[in-house]
Design a protein around this ligand. Structure first.
Ligand code: SF4
Length: 703
């Protein structure tokens, strides 16, 4: 290959992809990133995965948006469109920033004035900085005058957060990933860290090699399962049966931590009564794991000196996602496996800033730092900080917004950096909703499937083109530094949000990103002690950090929980089946998820040269026995259909899921997996059931 150019500058930043939060250095020549190296951050100690190391050149891709775009009057919004970025100028015309902003904000203002603030909604992004998230939710709450603001946390860990807030008073992790090195036992459930949190997976592997016993609970066999002490490949959708059976054993065999339960929790008696009905012998046929194995892992976890639980979307993305997480919390509480190093609860956060975007208030029922919008004291605090009256009604969540558009209730939207046309469940329906909006403003770096349906497209900045803070899965607030300038007329997102706010009648005059961070500190006690100067000096500070000079606390809940009583709460759960079960017409189960090389809806990684070369085509992972039944050879084309849509793609023979379950990554626009998924919601977290719906497969089709 070509020799690497000698860089003319090197800029320390963080990785733009997953929640592990690896620190890296961009090496830049002539405003181009030449290569990336890992550096010695708390989460990665110099390590990077293939995305972090090679996934940077999307920033220089020729399809970057470089001018504001306004939809041509005669260009119809086609929900069934075939995405073709080459045709952009047949649908849109280029415009000046002045004209585009006047139209973008002006029409939102008109809708607000005619129909009220609840006729508008905004989606921010877990890929943006904390400062962008904060300003975006402030714009919606003060400029739109409603709480209709959300982001993809709703599609990811909303159910885990609902259960954690209810049970222990905080939605963030109790211990960092690398605490696994101090754990005797670690349960990893519904997660495939080698693919989705690759550098975190290397710490898990190191821990296993040093003696930590990994218990992988997962219907899919992952690389980590292969090195686990035990892998329980339970039947998809039976998490509550399995976890309640484990708790049954712990109660029955007297392995509970009575002191911890008495001193630090409430509600144990109700939980105990509930799990009494879930003996391993009764649950074995339901979850597909024999009673002896259930008893063995329950004893192992309960009697370990220190044991940790880490989980991912396999737990959260179900109509019973909140119940799944409630069971994990109860397991940790009844055994006292929380509040010490090497113990605790760790929902592995997906995007590089999904923790921070949630903390900063990109959620419809909470102001920054999880202060509820319907709590009069919190509302008064933010009214005084922001200098205007606020709406105390919780807003609509991601999927609810799509339904409200269909009902004519939401008429205008501002979407920054998210791609619901690809990421929402039942994507055909979501696209029809987006196309039905009177006014859609999309701020992004590419003409995404969502931007294609916009009235105004605002060209924004890529990760390496701006400075801001990002909070990783360990609650580490880290500084990302600008390494290159945005191309053409593309602008930094903070500037665009501020222009939009001013267009909506708000008088905002933020000078720079540090000023926004300072305002956040004033409204968010958890980061109140973190100064911009310290971030510049140290690059990473863990919250809670309430006072300047606090070291920050990687392990929390050491002597109390942040609830009104200081106690954690047990919440029992019973079995609720998936919303759509296989039947004669749709006999297979669809599980959606990610691939190592591609990130979410693929808008960045599919435009990164190395990553696209590694995984160029849409694939489905189908069990070899199912493929044989279909008469399809590995590599052949199949069509997968659900009651909501169909996609055609290449079949890869893969026995990591059991026969009857097919896995499809959701990153391929040509075969958008979410055309198939079900938008049934968990009633508490309002998260859709991405991990289970009924499909059928037929040979052939056109990928
Ligand atoms: Fe980036 Fe995550 Fe890979 Fe680290 S593990 S390099 S944060 S994608």
């Amino acid at each position: 290959g070509a020799a690497l150019a000698v860089p003319d500058k090197s800029v320390d930043s963080v990785c733009p992809y997953c929640g592990v939060g690896c620190q890296l250095t961009y090496h830049v020549k002539d405003n181009r990133i030449e290569y990336v190296e890992g550096r010695d951050g708390p989460a990665n100690s110099g390590r990077l995965c293939v995305k972090g190391r090679y996934g940077f050149d999307y920033a220089h891709h020729p399809q970057r948006l470089t001018r504001p775009l306004i939809r041509r009057a005669d260009a119809p919004k086609r929900a069934d469109m075939a995405m073709n970025p080459e045709d952009v100028l047949s649908v849109f015309r280029e415009a000046s920033w002045e004209e585009a902003l006047a139209l973008a904000a002006g029409k939102l203002k008109t809708i607000r004035d005619q129909h009220g603030g609840r006729a508008l909604a905004g989606f921010g992004s877990a890929k943006g900085s904390n400062e962008e998230a904060y300003l975006f939710q402030k714009l919606v709450r003060t400029g739109f005058a409603s709480n209709n603001v959300d982001h993809c946390t709703r599609l990811c860990h909303a159910s885990s957060v609902a259960a954690l807030l209810e049970g222990i008073g905080s939605g963030a992790v109790s211990n960092p990933v690398r605490d696994i090195e101090q754990a005797d036992v670690a349960i990893i459930i519904g997660a495939n860290p080698t693919v989705n949190h690759p550098v975190a997976a290397t710490w898990m592997k190191n821990a296993a090699a040093a003696g930590t016993r990994l218990i992988v609970l997962d219907p899919r066999r992952s690389e980590l399962a292969a090195i686990a002490h035990r892998h329980l490949q339970f039947k998809p959708d039976t998490d509550v049966a399995l976890l309640n059976a484990m708790m049954h054993v712990i109660v029955e065999e007297g392995l509970v931590d009575e002191g911890f339960i008495a001193d630090r929790t409430s509600g144990f008696e109700a939980l105990k009564a509930n799990v009494a009905a879930y003996s391993p012998e009764k649950m074995a046929p339901i979850c597909g794991i024999d009673a002896d194995t259930i008893r063995y892992v329950a004893r192992l976890y309960a009697s370990a000196k220190s044991a940790m639980i880490l989980w991912g979307m396999g737990v959260s993305q179900h109509v019973h996602g909140t119940d799944n997480a409630r069971c994990l919390i109860a397991l940790a509480l009844m055994t006292g496996q929380i509040g010490r190093p090497g113990t605790g609860l760790h929902p592995l956060r997906g995007q590089n800033n999904v923790q921070g975007a949630s903390d900063a208030g990109l959620i419809p029922m909470m102001y920054p730092d999880y202060q509820r919008v319907d709590n009069p004291e919190a509302k008064a605090r933010f009214e005084s900080l922001w200098g205007m009256a606020l709406d105390d009604r919780p807003g609509l969540t991601v999927v609810e917004v799509m339904k409200a558009i269909k009902a004519g209730e939401v008429k205008g939207m501002y979407i920054m950096g998210e791609n619901p046309a690809m990421s929402d469940p039942d994507a055909n329906h979501a696209r029809e909703s987006l196309a039905a909006l009177e006014h859609l403003v999309v701020q992004d770096i590419f003409l995404t499937e969502t931007a294609y349906l916009a009235d105004v497209v605002l060209p924004a900045s890529a990760f390496a083109e701006k400075t801001g803070t990002f909070t990783n899965t360990d609650r580490l607030v880290q500084l990302g530094r600008q390494a290159i300038d945005p191309p053409g007329d593309a602008r930094q997102d903070l500037w665009i949000i501020q222009q939009m706010a001013n267009g909506l009648g708000l008088d905002w005059r933020y000078g720079d990103v540090a000023e926004v961070f300072d305002e956040m500190r004033r409204s968010m006690p958890s980061i109140g002690g973190i100064t911009w100067e310290r971030l510049q000096r140290e690059d990473a500070v863990t919250y809670p950090c309430m006072q300047e000079g606090d070291p920050g606390a990687p392990v929390v809940f050491t002597d109390s929980f942040p609830t009104a009583t200081g106690r954690a709460r047990f919440v029992p759960a019973d079995i609720i089946p998936a919303a759509e079960r296989p039947d004669a017409d749709y006999p297979l189960v669809l599980i959606t998820g990610r691939q190592l090389e591609h990130w979410h809806t693929g808008s960045m990684t599919r435009r990164a040269g190395v990553l696209d070369a590694l995984e160029p085509d849409p694939v489905a992972l189908v069990h070899p026995l199912d493929l044989a039944d279909l008469g399809v050879a590995p590599g052949g084309v199949i069509t997968i259909a659900s009651r909501r849509g169909e996609v055609s793609l290449y079949a890869r023979a893969d026995d990591s899921s059991p026969p009857g379950a097919v896995f499809v990554p959701f990153c391929y626009y040509e075969a958008a997996a979410n055309r198939l998924t079900n938008d049934a919601l968990d009633p508490f977290g309002k998260i859709p059931e991405f991990k289970y719906c009924a499909v059928r497969i037929t040979p052939g089709g056109t990928p």
